[in-house]
Design a protein around this ligand. Structure first.
Ligand SMILES: Cc1cc2nc3c(=O)[nH]c(=O)nc-3n(C[C@H](O)[C@H](O)[C@H](O)COP(=O)(O)O)c2cc1C
Length: 164
């Protein structure tokens, strides 16, 4: 409610509230979630809803009540290949997330790690859909590059935080 004691603040007085208050004062934020059933995990979704809603206003200017617009990164990991993810509309899902972040804070740097090595031992699971040899190759050749890209993302966020 405009002018109310909870305006721009979370109404829930639980253990998470003080953590949320620290999160929104951070110089930079990096989120990471595996893709579960074409979405971020339920836990990440809960965090995002708590983070977004206090600052969301229903007006045409798409204002934000957030106290800071810090640089943000979001890392998504998934079994799907890049082509499969595109076909399944993951881009659209990520762009919606980006839109909300951009409205309230800042547009995130996004990083997707595709074709992940899901099981430590594929022979122990019914997983005919996957070519373990291919998955291992991706793990050995592409995954280290993804880690490098994550490092680069962290550097950009630190640089942006210093520039303000
Ligand atoms: C419950 C569950 C649901 C999943 N759903 C998807 C999915 O919809 N699409 C996908 O690409 N991967 C899916 N995965 C695979 C995970 O995204 C993948 O294992 C994870 O990104 C690998 O990261 P990790 O090495 O940190 O576990 C799912 C995994 C689990 C456990």
């Amino acid at each position: 409610m405009i002018g109310g004691k909870h305006y721009g603040k979370c109404v829930y007085n639980d253990d998470f509230k003080p953590i949320l208050e620290e999160i929104v004062q951070a110089d930079g934020l990096i989120f990471g979630s595996p893709i579960y059933f074409f979405e971020v995990t339920g836990n990440m979704r809960c965090l995002l809803e708590r983070l977004f809603f206090p600052f969301w206003v229903y007006d045409n200017e798409t204002d934000s009540l957030a106290p800071k617009r810090m640089p943000i990164g979001f890392i998504y990991t998934m079994n799907l290949t890049e082509d499969e993810a595109k076909e399944m509309g993951l881009d659209y899902f990520i762009s919606k997330n980006d839109f909300i972040f951009e409205t309230l804070f800042r547009k995130p740097y996004d990083l997707c790690s595709y074709d992940t090595y899901q099981f430590s031992d594929y022979s122990k699971y019914k997983s005919d859909n996957f070519d373990e040899k291919h998955k291992r190759e991706v793990r050995e050749t592409q995954f280290p590059k993804d880690l490098e890209a994550a490092f680069e993302m962290g550097s950009k966020i630190a640089r942006d935080a210093l520039l303000k």
